[in-house]
Design a protein around this ligand. Structure first.
Ligand SMILES: C[S@@+](CC[C@H](N)C(=O)[O-])C[C@H]1O[C@@H](n2cnc3c(N)ncnc32)[C@H](O)[C@@H]1O
Length: 277
């Protein structure tokens, strides 16, 4: 009999939650079983597996399956110009100040839980607008995420539906200028796509890249980790940041209760206070 929709023994549930944590660092509360079950159900059907115990065996013996599991258990919700005050700060505060104090340098920015790339492309659009006013301004953006499937969307730069509607509502001129729409699918311009590189990365590890980033967007991902996990991730990220570089977090996130090398600037905005190793 299929247990896909039925009761699953507590030991199997606990083992699956442990796999979520092991592979992503996400601390999913055990009361969220219905959510986890809902996310895995179709995968079990696709594999013609009769039980979650059988699925555990597949998961534990296949690196490919771990990748699919990560795609399923992560929440990839995002949008263009999410949290407007952050983008106001970047436009009116960060970009002019950074440009003024780094003549001739290239801004290195990292969207550190990039999901499908809307955040990285929002930043790229802002940087393009800034470059129109300051032709000597240069920038590069790295987008990383633990889930491989979302990075494919980012690389392709293909968007549709709700997120395009949101961009059209918020910044119609930018949609017109930086995207080409064919049959409801909008593709980011070659200029934007050339400015952003996407690659997989687990925030529980240090980024394998010598770049010291001037700006890191680590938004709406810390909420999925417990406090020790948040501190680990923040330190890993900080070690890839330039001294005095800026870190932006999500609307419901704060570093206030954590031990980190960041100093509070304004709500959602922090600065790397320690000289990088
Ligand atoms: C809710 S989205 C946030 C997207 C974007 N930063 C924003 O604010 O709109 C969270 C992203 O974090 C990613 N994520 C979760 N755990 C991660 C980890 N350990 N390392 C890297 N990315 C992770 C998920 O795959 C997901 O795409």
């Amino acid at each position: 009999m299929f247990e896909i929709d039925g009761t699953v023994d507590p030991a199997t549930q606990a083992a699956l939650f442990a796999r979520v944590r092991r592979h992503t660092g996400i601390a999913m509360a055990e009361r969220k079983w219905t959510l986890l079950q809902g996310r895995l159900r179709r995968r079990l059907q696709a594999l013609s597996l009769a039980s979650y115990r059988d699925y555990l065996a597949v998961l534990d013996s296949s690196a490919d399956e771990v990748g699919r599991f990560i795609d399923l258990v992560t929440t990839n919700e995002t949008s263009f110009f999410r949290t407007p005050r952050i983008w106001d700060y970047l436009w009116h505060g960060f970009l002019p100040a950074w440009h003024g104090s780094h003549p001739g340098a290239t801004l290195q920015a990292w969207s550190a839980a990039a999901s499908t790339g809307e955040e990285a492309y929002s930043l790229a659009m802002l940087c393009e607008e800034f470059r129109e006013k300051h032709p000597d301004f240069r920038y590069r953006i790295l987008g990383t995420d633990i889930a491989a499937s979302v990075l494919d969307t980012g690389r392709a730069g293909h968007y549709l539906g709700r997120n395009i509607d949101g961009l059209r509502r918020q910044r119609p001129a930018m949609l017109e200028k930086y995207f080409r729409g064919v049959d409801e699918v909008y593709t980011a311009s070659p200029t934007l796509r050339a400015a952003v590189t996407f690659r997989p990365h687990n925030l529980y590890q240090r980024l394998d890249d010598p770049t010291r980033f001037d700006l890191v967007l680590l938004r709406n991902v810390l909420i999925y980790f417990d406090e020790p996990g948040q501190e680990t991730v923040l330190e890993n990220v900080r070690l890839s940041m330039a001294s005095r570089a800026v870190l932006l977090v999500g609307e419901s996130e704060s570093l206030n209760r954590l031990r980190t090398g960041f100093a509070y600037q304004q709500p959602l905005i922090y600065r790397n206070e320690r000289v990088p190793a």
